[in-house]
Design a protein around this ligand. Structure first.
Ligand code: ATP
Ligand code: MG
Length: 261
């Protein structure tokens, strides 16, 4: 069970206030999407929750225990899926167990059978079991990102933090990656935070949404509450057209232009 509490979280970098007095509570197993324009504080929030950043004020508690440093049960997936191109999908996935087996045995692949099984199981979860022996650099961006998810799963986390995992992908691959992320999270009951730019992909896969604007939490609610007004509140006067997958509106419905014969 992994229940997360963020209370009065403020993070400053010199004179820049990246997050100010952000509070929320997320029960075990929820799939939360963090929305906000560039610079609104999404990465700062996820990195604080992963323990990679210290807080300036406030507290983050995981199952009631204050978060102070990175912990193996919290796995982070990055936008620049830091996958090693010369290694196979399988070896990349296996390296997720590095904190348990040690770096050397990870590189030399001295893992026990259970660990190897776990890597293959994780690749199956992201639909890449058949590609397990393929070199990562020969895979598409979407497949590489799925290898990144598999590697995070091998870590056996209770919490997944994904910072714009689909930012550099085309709409089709982005939806694919989100589908696998959502399924992995659901199957394993992982409390998941994912930051996204594409609002309609967010609506399609998210359960709960946290909207940040200038470091403040301006929205916190479930899918039916994420109305056009709420999206305006998060994005302000910014033209949000580019944030929707082309031909889809904020509800993920085809726009008129596309619906025309
Ligand atoms: N290490 C840092 N040093 C100084 N300022 C930082 C640092 N990290 C973030 N900031 C500042 O904090 C604010 C929030 O940044 P953050 O990266 O969290 O935004 P974001 O919502 O993730 O943006 P993007 O969508 O571009 O990834 C920005 O003003 C940013 O310039
Ligand atoms: Mg960011």
């Amino acid at each position: 069970m992994t229940h997360i509490e963020v209370e009065g979280l403020t993070k400053t970098f010199g004179d820049t206030v990246a997050l100010e007095d952000v509070s929320f509570e997320v029960p075990e197993g929820e799939f939360v999407i963090v929305l906000g324009v560039s610079g609104s504080g999404k990465s700062t929030l996820l990195r604080s929750m992963s323990g990679l950043l210290s807080t300036t004020e406030g507290q983050i508690r995981i199952d009631g225990e204050p978060m102070r440093e990175p912990r193996p049960e919290i796995a982070m997936i990055f936008q620049q899926h830091n996958i090693i191109g010369d290694m196979t999908a399988y070896s990349n996935a296996l390296s997720g167990g590095v904190h348990r087996s040690g770096f050397l045995s990870s590189v030399l692949q001295f893992q026990d059978e259970e660990e190897k099984y776990r890597a293959l199981e994780a690749l199956e979860t992201v639909g890449l079991l058949e590609e397990s022996e393929q070199k990562a650099r020969r895979m598409s961006g979407g497949q590489q990102q799925r290898v990144g998810i598999a590697r995070a799963l091998v870590q056996r986390p209770n919490v997944l933090l994904a910072d714009e995992p689909v930012a550099s992908l085309d709409p089709g691959s982005a939806q694919d990656v989100m589908k696998y992320l959502r399924e992995a999270s659901k199957d394993r009951g992982l409390t998941t935070f994912c930051s996204l730019h594409q609002v309609n992909i967010a609506r399609k896969f998210g359960q709960r949404f946290i909207g940040l604007r200038d470091g403040h939490k301006v929205f916190d609610g479930y899918r039916e509450e994420l109305t056009i007004d709420a999206i305006d509140e998060i994005y302000g006067d910014i033209d949000t057209d580019g944030m929707f997958v082309s031909g889809r509106d904020a509800r993920g419905e085809p726009t008129e232009e596309v619906a025309k014969p």
